[in-house]
Design a protein. Sequence first.
Length: 172
Amino acid sequence: MDNVYFLFSIIVMALFVFPMIIKYVKKKKRFNLMKRSGIRDIDRMKGYQFEVYLQVLFKEIGYRPIVTQKSGDYGADVVLKGKNKIVIQAKRYGYKHKVSMDAVREVLAAMFYYKADEAWVITNSFFTKQAATLAKACGVKLLNRYELKKFIVKINPTKQPKQFTRKGSEVN
């Protein structure tokens, strides 16, 4: 009978305790990633500051990035020149505001206007299902909040997002 109780308690631990431990470890990893990426600082940026920050990120990996003018940019906020020409639509939104398919349409138009090879939409938020569907059909690359954090940590830039949220930091 003691063996049955012992076996039962091991099964209970396996079913309830281990998943809680795994959940805690995953949550801790996400928190550390968020801390290293500076995503919370990005959340406090203005749209143009986010574009300038993306310019710095892509410069770190060897692109020649150009931030377009604030309005009348034909759908591209940043143009990357390197092996390929890439146009980027940058969407710095509130955490819970999803990016719609309008951003995908804009960057697709920009790809033709700037004669680019690729089109990307990068956000500190997430995308609607319609935006993801349209992007997949058109070959537009989407980087959401999680992918942006991983991208920043992988690059490990010398300038952190916090530097772009300071007063007067909109210009490189």
